[in-house]
Design a binder for this molecule. Structure first.
Ligand SMILES: C[S@@+](CC[C@H](N)C(=O)[O-])C[C@H]1O[C@@H](n2cnc3c(N)ncnc32)[C@H](O)[C@@H]1O
Length: 393
């Protein structure tokens, strides 16, 4: 096994159980590890810190799997999947819920591996050379979960390219239909597992949708960046007066229409627009439109720390537009899923938006990702979703 030696400064983060070892932290590579090989990681004095998998093509040279002298073998991979699945038992036992995240990569001690359950189907993403090596044991472990009829792979993210890997999609176990109906907090949604965004659905927003529903009765609600309309469906079922949905994806909106009909949008007036949210919200503002509640759930505006300044401007702009459309005392549920923008920075962007809009903004709740998307305390990057529920005077 090859050995990766850390410099005196470089070993600090790893000792603190941060799972990423960057090239700058490494002083020597002893041996010739191939992408995905398991390596020993030693400190500046040569003492073993732990083991992880290596990839010279990636900025993150090693992703740590163990600390101390523990073997990385099939039994370890399998035990990690079983532990992650076991931790979701409370969700698995609910009658009103058939979709949730089973494995959340680093935060479940399985860097590079994601698994989402959609009814009797599991969708997996293997995003690094290291987990490619463990492909069979990982897929077998999720395929063996009781009630799972098939496993579909969606390893089609840009991050795979940075690992020197090409995209892979397709059924890897059993049989998988293109569309799966799921139930979330008693609401039914159609999920396109083959080509929907992410693995098909934004599972991380489940708790925040329930919160929006609590406040939606008799309100005119704008669901901006709505994807397949999940926030809007909750609002409709909770008795919203009217709904406006905006997204740039026509196929996501087609599914949103199906979802609204399936859940009985009832007396609610529904308007849908395939459009750029920034443009559409400006048009609405010029037309004098007013809402009682605005949900803003944009895509990642920053994919790395170099993009944070631009992302901060975009968060400020979109939140200003959202606030300008709110009636006095209206509610804004606003989110950022950019890992590189931390919660404090996001709050600053929202406060700038309030200043620009000339409105007083009260934060009534701080929001985050659901409990099936845990945050690893030693890995702040795993806290990627942040949100604020604000009352805008
Ligand atoms: C984080 S997802 C929203 C998830 C959604 N709220 C849900 O609960 O399912 C972001 C959405 O924004 C859409 N999008 C990205 N850029 C956009 C833009 N400039 N204008 C409108 N929609 C955009 C994407 O198509 C995607 O559906």
């Amino acid at each position: 096994m090859a050995t990766i030696k850390l410099g005196a400064k470089g070993d600090r983060a790893v000792r603190h159980r941060h799972p990423w070892v960057f090239a700058a932290a490494i002083t020597a590579v002893d041996g010739n590890p191939a992408p995905g090989d398991i390596v020993d990681v030693v400190d500046a004095r040569g003492a073993l810190v732990g083991r992880g998998y290596y990839n010279e093509h990636s900025r993150i040279r090693v992703r740590m799997l163990t600390w101390g002298d523990t073997a990385v073998d099939d039994a370890l991979w399998r035990a990690r999947v079983d532990a992650a699945v076991g931790a979701r038992a409370a969700l698995a036992n609910r009658d009103d819920l058939t979709a949730y995240r089973l494995v959340h990569a680093e935060a479940d001690l399985l860097p590079g591996f994601f698994a989402d359950r959609y009814g009797d189907v599991v969708v997996v993403q293997l995003l690094t050379a290291g987990v490619e090596r463990a492909r069979d044991v990982l897929i077998d472990a999720v395929a063996a979960i009781p009630g799972v009829r098939g496993v579909f792979e969606r390893s089609d993210t840009a991050s795979r390219g940075r690992e020197g890997l090409s995209p892979v999609t397709g059924t890897v176990s059993g049989d998988v239909p293109k569309n799966v109906e799921i139930v979330e907090n008693g609401h039914t949604f159609l999920v396109n597992v083959e080509s929907g965004q992410k693995t098909g659905f934004y599972l991380d927003q489940r708790d925040n949708r329930a919160l929006v529903a609590e406040h939606a009765r008799d309100r005119a609600v704008l669901d901006a960046f709505c994807h397949t309309g999940a926030f809007a469906v909750y609002a409709a079922r909770a008795g919203a007066k009217s709904l406006a949905l905006v997204d740039s994806s026509a196929s996501a909106l087609a599914t949103a229409r199906w979802n609204l009909e399936k859940n009985g949008a009832g007396e609610c007036t529904v308007a849908m627009r395939t459009a750029d949210v920034f443009e559409e919200l400006r048009t609405m503002r010029e037309a004098g439109r007013v809402f009682d509640m605005v949900v803003l759930d944009p895509p990642k505006f920053a994919t790395n720390r170099h993009q944070v300044d631009n992302a901060m401007r975009a968060y400020k702009d979109v939140n200003r537009l959202g606030m300008q459309l709110l009636a006095p005392g209206g509610l804004l549920a606003t989110f950022s899923c950019s890992q590189a923008v931390d919660a404090a920075s996001f709050t600053i962007a929202v406060s700038w938006a309030g200043i620009d809009a000339g409105r007083d903004v009260q934060i009534v709740r701080r929001l985050g990702q659901g409990l099936d998307h845990p945050v690893l305390a030693s890995f702040p990057e795993s806290e990627y979703l942040k949100g604020l529920l604000c009352r805008v005077a």
